[in-house]
Structure formats: structure tokens, C-alpha cells
Design a protein around this ligand. Structure first.
Ligand SMILES: [Zn+2]
Ligand SMILES: [Zn+2]
Length: 214
């Protein structure tokens, strides 16, 4: 059984997920906490539920999904983990903040943990995520998939009713279509948790999202 909590963060309404199980261990996915209220909500949820954060995962290297990395590193000692093809993005968060958000990002950024690839699995608590590499929105976008629980964290690759933009550096519509075709093969009942917007399922998207096809 997984408990999935989300906090809508920063100026881009990004979803940060805290995922825990019966062991009380948790992983933090896409920590975009930026405003004080975002940080307080994250810390309060973890404290109130007596959780022990063990991994800090990023579905991709965009700044809106990683604004809280320094806070998580300072508070819980976790280093961010991202697919190897997005490590460059994560190493240049201040430049991204200037370019995408038109704001300075002055906090020192934590060192990256060793990069993820599809060869890795993410073991935590009593659960395991596999990594599905889904380039298109960025080169190193990936989906964290828990087959046992039928749950996928899709970042900015798949949204309810749409897919992520492909016009930013590293984006490719061709790769996005391949990645979406790959995700279309997941079971219909798979619950999808996106980087922005509401929860959905693969079955709902196959019926309603024009980008999905089997
Ligand atoms: Zn993005
Ligand atoms: Zn985003």
C-alpha cells in the first residue's frame, strides 16, 4: 500500500509528491517547493506522519521540479537523483531560473547523487520503482513506475488530456511520440500522477487523450 501526497508548488503549480509505505520510509518526487508555505507544507506532512525521507527523485531536470532541492538537502541530507541525460540541466538551475522564470536563484545547489538510467531500480521501504526513460519533453525525462501498485509518476511527459511541451532545449516531438507510445502499453488501470494538474489513468488517457494510441 502506498500513500501518495502531493503539494502544489511554486509559481508554475508544480506537483511535488511524497510517497510512503508501511515502513514510514518515503521518497520525494519533483521537489519544487519554493515559497515558504510550500516548504512548510512539505515539512509538516513529513513530521506529522513521522516519515523518514530516503530518496529525492526528479522526473526531469527542469527548474520548476527542482526548486526545493537545496531545502531538502539542508533539511534531510538527500542529494537529487535524475536521469543521466538531464544531469546538465540540473547542474545549471540558476541559468534555467533566469531563462524560464526570469528570476535569480542564489541558493547554493546540492551536489547530484549518481545519475539514474533505465538499468537502475529504485528500492525504498518495501517497494521498488522501475525507471522508464521517456525523452521528448527533455532528453532525460523519465517515468517512475511501480508495477506492483500500478502507479506511474510521469513528470511533464504525460498529463491528463495532454502531453508536455517539446519546444524547450532538448525537446523533440518525434521522441515524445515514441515515449507516449511506450507508456500506452502500461495497463489501463495504471494510475498516473503528473508533474502538473490532476491524477488520471492510462485507460482514461487512451479514451480521451489524442496523443495516446496502442
Ligand atoms: Zn518540465
Ligand atoms: Zn513542469
Amino acid at each position: 500500500m502506498l500513500n501518495i501526497h502531493h503539494i502544489v508548488c511554486n509559481m508554475l503549480q508544480e506537483n511535488c509528491y511524497v510517497v510512503s509505505d508501511e515502513t514510514k520510509e518515503c521518497v520525494i518526487i519533483d521537489c519544487g517547493v519554493f515559497f515558504d508555505k510550500d516548504k512548510e507544507a512539505l515539512k509538516k506532512y513529513i513530521t506529522d506522519n513521522q516519515l523518514k525521507p530516503s530518496r529525492l527523485l526528479a522526473t526531469h531536470g527542469h527548474v520548476d521540479h527542482n526548486l526545493g532541492n537545496a531545502f531538502v538537502y539542508d533539511t534531510y541530507g538527500l542529494q537529487p537523483e535524475v536521469h543521466e541525460d538531464d544531469s546538465q540541466l540540473l547542474e545549471h538551475l540558476p541559468e534555467q531560473a533566469a531563462y524560464l522564470l526570469n528570476m535569480p536563484l542564489e541558493e547554493p545547489q546540492p551536489p547530484l547523487a549518481p545519475c539514474l538510467t533505465e538499468a537502475h531500480t529504485i528500492q525504498w521501504g518495501n517497494h521498488c520503482f522501475t525507471i522508464i526513460h521517456t525523452p521528448g519533453h527533455t532528453e532525460g525525462s523519465c517515468v517512475f513506475y511501480c508495477a506492483e501498485e500500478g502507479i506511474a509518476f510521469t513528470g511533464d511527459t504525460l498529463f491528463r488530456g495532454s502531453v508536455g511541451r517539446v519546444d524547450l532545449p532538448g525537446g523533440s516531438m518525434f521522441k515524445m511520440m515514441q515515449s507516449i507510445r511506450h507508456l500506452s502499453q502500461l495497463p489501463d488501470t495504471t494510475r498516473v500522477f503528473s508533474g502538473h494538474g490532476p491524477e488520471t489513468t492510462i485507460g482514461y488517457e487512451l479514451a480521451h487523450n489524442p496523443y495516446l494510441d496502442r
